[in-house]
Design a protein around this ligand. Structure first.
Ligand code: COA
Ligand code: AMP
Length: 630
């Protein structure tokens, strides 16, 4: 069947489409139907089914004869180790961990925070929670203690599972002291913590609260899978919104299983038994969906890579991993390829490796610039697929579905809508616009299975953030257009979210940190274009009247504050002091205009600007930071 037929079949009868996809999942009790629309515009999928995610990702494969197949390959150039775990071993390890958690009182519906680097135990922790019906929330290791504390207070976990340390090139990330500081800062206290002691750094334990990963499993019986309702949350994943308070995206269990399983063959073109590699981090949605759940649900081998595209040890690492583990389908962020291209523009290191196993490269997380796509196409000689999705959706909204049909590639577009998504471009009034016309990108409700039904403990925020602006649609927060062939083009965010090295960050959250500095009267953070990371945050500060401290000192301090409060991942290293910020007459800061000036793009003078002369001052300040070149 061609893509157009599959899409049309979904559109004609979504219920039948998803019920058929659900056949690939093992149910304890089959759902009576797919969509539950009683609470529209809030929707649930497979709500009256009973299912367990860990069973589908692990146990059923052992039963079906995949026990000896590798489930996880941990390839860690930063520690110089490789460790392979079969499906049988994975089942035993996860059942044992789940048994120990249960013995300490973790039950269905309890929250568990996971704060771990790229080690197999991170996936095992997620699966152990799924086994019990506990709701996990993984926090990315590049976030600081304060961000972790905010998530602890929102999710209110019974337990936290962490590692003693992570390893970044050139430094050890001290996870345990960060965890201790976060628990200290948070109002909610977990009942206990389980710490994976790594040999690179052994952490100090808090007596009575902290338990060793292996020792706490001693003598406890392994746990069986606990059936949960289809709409039971599998996990909460916090993502950046407009403010410093992150949004807790809820992922319902059954829809997630059905949709992810469907994508593996149809979008990523892999068959069970093959090796799939997503070079991301378990702390991001790509890590949840395509390092942990989807490949395992589908019976693939997943690669857990603890390293960087460059420097661990060189720009040939990706090619070595693909060769060593015979990776069939590879997924990463464009920024990783830009980093490799910068170090090895001729692709000389590629020639040292046989990449015969590789059938396709998938890019997502940020806009894939044409130069990067063309370089990857020329060097790898496999289809390079840009695809578009979000933490909220959990799986691609638009892609080129290689497993169904390889559609013509249009560079600059993540291709076409996937079944389940009716993508519309809307004008300010919420009316669909014609082809090639810029507007807000929205998806007609209901969203498909596996997407967010709500935000954790924040239904009103969910409605306000996504459903209110355009009634009847989900507002993606992206702007762009669709061409006459149905190809989508993602051009910009419509909110204060920026994308730094494929990491989604909130400029609003950074502004809150800057504004908390005692000398800062007012500030703005904008995302400026960067050749490697796509965007970088840049802060403009107005100081309190009478403050005559050296500007350099204050700039250093605010940079330190963002690193301490949000984390190194914010990559906030650019800031300067200005006299005033450009505003509209009603007092709104003209951030978009400043971005255009910084990026050297033409812009229209906003009609509502209070004082156009300020823009020249801003241009001067940006030029001193190396931006705003004509
Ligand atoms: N734990 C602790 N710190 C982390 C971290 C983690 N898991 N991940 C990143 N950091 C730190 C980095 O060490 C760096 O710290 P520094 O300021 O002391 O140098 C900082 O956060 C910024 O990291 P990053 O923006 O990733 O820059 P980088 O220079 O370390 O690496 C790339 C640049 C392009 C190699 C890297 O960003 C990369 O591999 N990107 C791929 C992105 C990706 O997979 N995104 C997931 C979405 S699909
Ligand atoms: P995240 O929730 O971290 O996955 O970030 C989602 C956001 O990243 C989207 O809303 C887009 O702004 C951006 N994004 C993701 N994939 C793409 C892509 N292929 N092209 C352009 N932007 C993308």
């Amino acid at each position: 069947m061609a893509y157009a037929d599959v899409y049309a079949a979904w559109k004609a009868d979504p219920e039948a489409f998803w019920m058929q996809a659900a056949e690939a999942i093992d149910w304890v009790k089959k759902p009576s139907r797919a969509l539950f629309a009683e609470q529209a515009p809030l929707f649930e999928w497979f709500k009256d089914g009973l299912v367990n995610a860990c069973w589908n990702a692990v146990d059923r494969h052992v039963l079906a004869g995949r026990g000896p197949q590798y489930a996880i390959i941990h390839d860690s150039p930063v520690t110089g180790t490789t460790h392979k775990i079969t499906y049988s071993e994975l089942r035993n390890r996860v059942a044992s961990l789940a048994g120990a958690l249960r013995a300490k009182g973790v039950e269905k519906g309890d929250r568990v925070i996971i704060y771990m680097p790229m080690v197999p135990e991170a996936l095992e922790a997620m699966l152990a929670c799924a086994r019990l019906g506990a709701i996990h929330s993984v926090v990315f290791g590049g976030f600081a203690a304060h961000e972790l504390a905010v998530r602890i207070d929102d999710a209110k976990p019974k337990a936290i599972l962490a590692a003693s340390c992570g390893i970044e090139p050139g430094r050890v990330v001290h996870y345990k002291p960060l965890l201790d500081a976060a628990i200290e800062q948070a109002s909610h206290k977990p009942e206990f913590c389980v710490i994976l002691q790594r040999e690179q750094e052994v952490a100090k334990m808090v007596e009575g609260r902290d338990f060793g990963w292996h020792s706490f499993q001693y003598g406890t019986p392994p746990a069986d899978c606990v059936p949960v309702e289809g709409d039971h949350p599998a996990y909460i994943l916090y993502t950046s919104g407009t403010t410093g308070q992150p949004k807790g995206v809820v992922r319902p269990t059954a829809g997630h299983l059905v949709a992810l399983n469907w994508t593996m063959k149809n979008i990523y073109g892999v068959n069970p038994g093959e090796v799939f590699w997503a070079a991301s981090d378990v702390g991001w949605v790509v890590g949840h969906s395509y390092i942990c759940y989807a490949p395992l649900i589908h019976g693939n081998t997943t690669v857990v890579f603890e390293g960087k595209p460059v420097g661990t040890p060189d720009a040939g690492t990706f090619w070595r991993v693909i060769r060593d583990h015979k990776v069939a389908s590879f997924f990463t962020a464009p920024t990783a390829f830009r980093a490799i291209k910068r170090e090895d523009p001729e692709g000389r290191l590629l020639a040292q490796y046989d990449l015969g196993s590789l059938r396709a490269l998938y890019l997502a997380g940020e806009r894939a610039d044409p130069a990067t796509i063309e370089w990857a196409q020329a060097k790898l000689k496999v289809p390079v697929i840009d695809h578009w999705w979000q933490t909220e959706t959990g799986w691609p909204i638009a892609a080129n579905p290689l497993g169904i049909e390889a559609l013509p590639v249009k560079i600059g577009s993540p291709s076409v809508a996937m079944p389940g998504y009716d993508i519309q471009v809307l004008d300010e009034g919420g009316h669909p616009v014609g082809p090639d016309t810029l507007g807000a990108i929205a998806v007609k409700l209901p969203l498909p299975p596996g997407t967010l039904p709500t935000l954790w403990n924040a239904e009103e925020r969910f409605r306000k953030s996504y459903l209110t602006h355009f009634p009847g649609y989900y507002e993606t927060g992206d702007a762009g257009y669709v061409d006459a062939d149905g190809y989508v083009y993602i051009m910009a965010r419509t909110d204060d979210v920026i994308n730094v090295a494929g990491h989604r960050l909130s400029t609003g959250a950074m502004e809150e940190v800057l504004a908390s500095h005692p000398d800062v009267a007012e500030c703005a953070v904008i995302g400026v274009a960067d050749a490697l990371k796509g965007q970088l945050p840049l802060g403009l500060l107005c100081l309190n009247k009478g403050c005559n401290r050296p500007h350099g000192e204050i700039v250093e301090e605010v940079i330190g504050r963002v690193r301490d409060q949000i984390g190194p991942v914010a990559a906030f290293k650019l800031a300067c002091v200005v006299d005033r910020l450009p505003k509209t007459r009603s007092g709104k800061i003209l951030r978009a205009t400043m971005v255009k000036i910084a990026d050297g793009e033409a812009f229209k003078m906003p009609a509502t600007i209070d004082d156009p002369a300020i823009l020249d001052e801003i241009r001067g300040a940006l030029q001193r930071l190396g931006y705003a070149e004509d």
